[in-house]
Design a protein around this ligand. Structure first.
Ligand SMILES: Nc1ncnc2c1ncn2[C@@H]1O[C@H](COP(=O)(O)OP(=O)(O)O)[C@@H](O)[C@H]1O
Ligand SMILES: [Mg+2]
Length: 300
């Protein structure tokens, strides 16, 4: 497993977070109380987590010139961003987020390059990878199904985080997936079961996913209820590492990166769940997404 390489084919977003007294109404012009710009997108975030966890990882996104600063940031975490497509005629994905005095938010998402991949671009990215390498996908770009099929032809392992979960997930060739990463809501949707908030319910969801996708491993995170790993051999669980939750942004992405890195390091499922829980709990205890993710040395 040690020479395997990881490719995250996924989204990169510029998040613009405006503080406002109230969410702007139709016809109204208001001033913000402040603006924070940060790097986001599940693809970029999971690459950051893998890089910080010490894994050799490639991030391939599609962005405009306005998003090059995020590539610099990813590079500083050890991520190889050389396969990212940079185009003058596309904008980097962007989220305009208003957060009001009560903490309520409203978001405008512009997918930009994230939803503008072409088959040729994906073929060209995948041509650097082969047997035993892994591709990690989320549901924030176009042509996911195409990428899965082409990755399979190359003998790659397919890792899918079907998030955000919507009606398009069912159209994907889900039987090709080797590892699913889902939170409790996505897990229930995928399993076709109702949402739950207890251990028995989470185990039922994980078990049903193994039954539906017998060749896949399932990683189910359940917020403050910890996380589960399930295969046809059994179900493992690790509780959260208690912390003061300051900002849960990036928790799931940190968990994903650290779980994969830990398994790759040769840890068993139980130890991998524990290490990923520790890493995610550090992310939760600090504000921000990528920047709040810990380095491996801190987790250890
Ligand atoms: N309040 C919390 N305290 C400690 N760890 C947490 C907390 N919330 C989330 N985590 C950690 O982050 C992981 C992912 O969180 P979760 O909410 O399941 O993902 P998502 O953000 O995708 O919904 C959890 O399994 C847990 O390890
Ligand atoms: Mg959650």
């Amino acid at each position: 497993m040690s020479s395997e390489r990881m490719l995250v084919l996924g989204s990169e977003n510029i998040d613009l977070v405006y503080g406002v007294d109230h969410i702007v109404r139709a016809g109204e012009t208001i001033s913000s109380t402040g603006l924070k710009r940060s790097a986001g997108g599940k693809g970029a975030n999971q690459s950051a987590a893998l890089g910080k966890a010490g894994m050799p990882v490639f991030f391939a996104g599609k962005i405009g010139r306005d998003g090059v600063w995020i590539l610099d940031l990813l590079r500083s975490f050890g991520v190889d961003v050389s396969l990212t497509v940079i185009r003058d005629d596309v904008d980097t994905g962007q989220a305009i987020i208003q957060v009001d005095a009560d903490g309520q938010n409203s978001i405008i998402l512009t997918p930009g390059g994230n939803k503008a991949f072409t088959e040729d671009e994906i073929d060209s990215i995948l041509s650097s990878f082969g047997e035993g390498d892994s591709i990690i996908l989320q549901n924030e770009i176009n042509l996911i199904g195409y990428a899965m099929e082409k990755a399979l032809e190359r003998g790659m392992r397919i890792i899918l985080n079907p998030s955000p979960f919507d009606g398009t997930i069912r159209d994907l060739p889900l039987d090709l997936v080797d590892i699913f990463f889902v939170n409790e809501i996505e897990g229930a949707e995928l399993a076709g079961l109702s949402e739950t908030d207890d251990d028995e319910g989470f185990r039922r969801i994980a078990g049903e996913l193994v039954r539906l996708y017998p060749k896949a491993s399932i990683v189910l995170t359940a917020g403050s209820r910890g996380a589960y790993y399930a295969t046809s051999d059994g179900i493992w669980h690790a509780p959260v590492v208690p912390c003061e939750a300051v900002d849960t942004t990036g928790a799931g992405d940190t968990f994903c990166g650290y779980f994969l890195a830990s398994m790759q390091d040769g840890l068993d499922p139980q130890a991998s769940l524990a290490r990923a829980s520790r890493a995610a709990s550090i992310t939760v205890s600090r504000p921000g997404a990528m920047l709040s993710m810990p380095l491996k040395s801190e987790v250890l």
